[in-house]
Design a protein around this ligand. Structure first.
Ligand SMILES: O=P(O)(O)OC[C@H]1O[C@H](O[C@H]2O[C@H](CO)[C@@H](O)[C@H](O)[C@H]2O)[C@H](O)[C@@H](O)[C@@H]1O
Length: 356
């Protein structure tokens, strides 16, 4: 349970000059009293159900509004932001890091550009957010990196000038024409490293639909090279049995693996490909392979975005920004609370670029 909640030491002094990039959470999972009280709070939210490491981690992946009003959570969040400061508060620092470099933007979709909602088919992006992304893409090469199927995420974003990496980066396509003043290639990139898994994924999708139909609220989504099984509308007491149903189906498919997102289990090929690899592939495609003059900025809210944050951290290049209202262990360097703050950050980048 503790592995998803990193609460920083109270001794960390946010008024000290920031080390750039900010240090990673070396002692992730370290606990102190607020952390313990935070966990106790989760048990209260459990309404008498015996706390279970897996169900708790599923809850923490996407906490409810009821939990957000907790003062304890707010205290823990403030402490956490000493380690992962707000990208809005540290905007000048981020801009400073981009001096002499080409910014390339990577944006996750759900929970980053659109708020989390109960029905995955209705996770629409606001027109104002679309305008902000359009503006950003007019100055910087911009990619949407999503667990969703590429066509689906495109149908939400509807901006032809962007790169799209769907199915957790296993389905990549670029714009026909890149933005002005960048090294973007003008022909569309198309990369599908898991195409041999298509028949298997379709089969698993159908089997999961059948197997989970007895669980009210369960939803199975076909994301082309992966499948999502949604728990958000399933009663908590049915979570374990639903997860068991998923695991029983997956036993027959050793070439597929299960990962966990925000109240969702994601089934995907065991190939070594993820959002981090997609980020590297896109940087290379855009013309920034082994280049010191590029600053990738990746904004995401989910565990799968951690693969991209880790790539940036390992390269010692770029800015990872985690979108979260709650303390989470992360390889990102900065944080934003929610999609509206992501939009503010995009606006500020555009304003800065326009005026520079
Ligand atoms: O990589 P992402 O773009 O963040 O996609 C990850 C998953 O996002 C979607 O599910 C999440 O958002 C839904 C709508 O707000 C919400 O109902 C669900 O609980 C979240 O997990 C999408 O439906 C999944 O297929 C993606 O894997």
């Amino acid at each position: 349970m503790t592995k998803n909640v990193a609460v920083p030491e109270m001794t960390q002094n946010s008024s000290k000059p920031m080390q750039y990039p900010p240090p990673r959470s070396g002692n992730a999972g370290a606990s102190y009293p607020i952390h313990k009280r935070f966990l106790a709070r989760l048990e209260v939210c459990n309404h008498g159900v015996t706390p279970n490491a897996w169900t708790d981690s599923m809850k923490i992946s996407s906490p409810t509004q009821a939990m957000s009003v907790s003062t304890l959570v707010d205290e823990a969040y403030i402490a956490w932001t000493a380690r992962y400061p707000s990208a809005l508060d540290r905007f000048e620092e981020i801009i400073g890091a981009s001096k002499g470099k080409q910014i390339v933007m990577f944006l996750d979709y759900d929970g980053t550009l659109s708020p989390i909602v109960e029905d995955p088919d209705r996770a629409f992006m606001s027109d104002t957010m679309r305008d902000a992304v359009r503006d950003i893409a007019s100055y910087f090469p911009t990619a949407i990196v999503s667990g969703r199927c590429r066509d689906k995420v495109y149908s939400f974003v509807r901006l032809a000038e962007l790169y799209y990496a769907g199915s957790h980066g296993m389905d990549i396509k670029g714009p026909v024409k890149g933005p002005k003043n960048t090294k973007s290639k003008t022909k569309a990139v198309l990369f599908q490293p898991a195409s041999e898994f298509l028949p298997m994924i379709n089969e698993v999708f159908k089997t999961l639909l059948e197997t989970t139909k007895s669980t009210p609220g369960a939803k199975v989504e076909n994301n082309k090279f992966c499948v999502s099984v949604h728990f958000r509308c399933v009663e908590e007491k049915k979570w374990i049995s639903l997860a068991e149903q998923v695991r029983s189906v997956l036993k027959e498919y050793p070439k597929l693996r299960i990962t966990q997102g925000r109240k969702v289990l994601e089934i995907r090929p065991t190939i070594k490909w993820d959002k981090g690899k997609a980020l590297e592939f896109l940087l290379e495609s855009i013309g920034f392979a082994n280049c010191d003059h590029v600053l990738p900025v990746y904004i995401g809210d989910d565990r799968t975005d951690e693969d991209a944050f880790k790539v940036l951290r390992d390269r010692g290049q770029g800015i990872g920004i985690l979108v979260s209202k709650f303390p989470k262990d992360t390889n990102a360097s900065y944080s934003l609370r929610e999609p509206t703050e992501v939009m503010d950050f995009l606006h500020r980048l555009v304003d800065w670029k326009r005026n520079s």
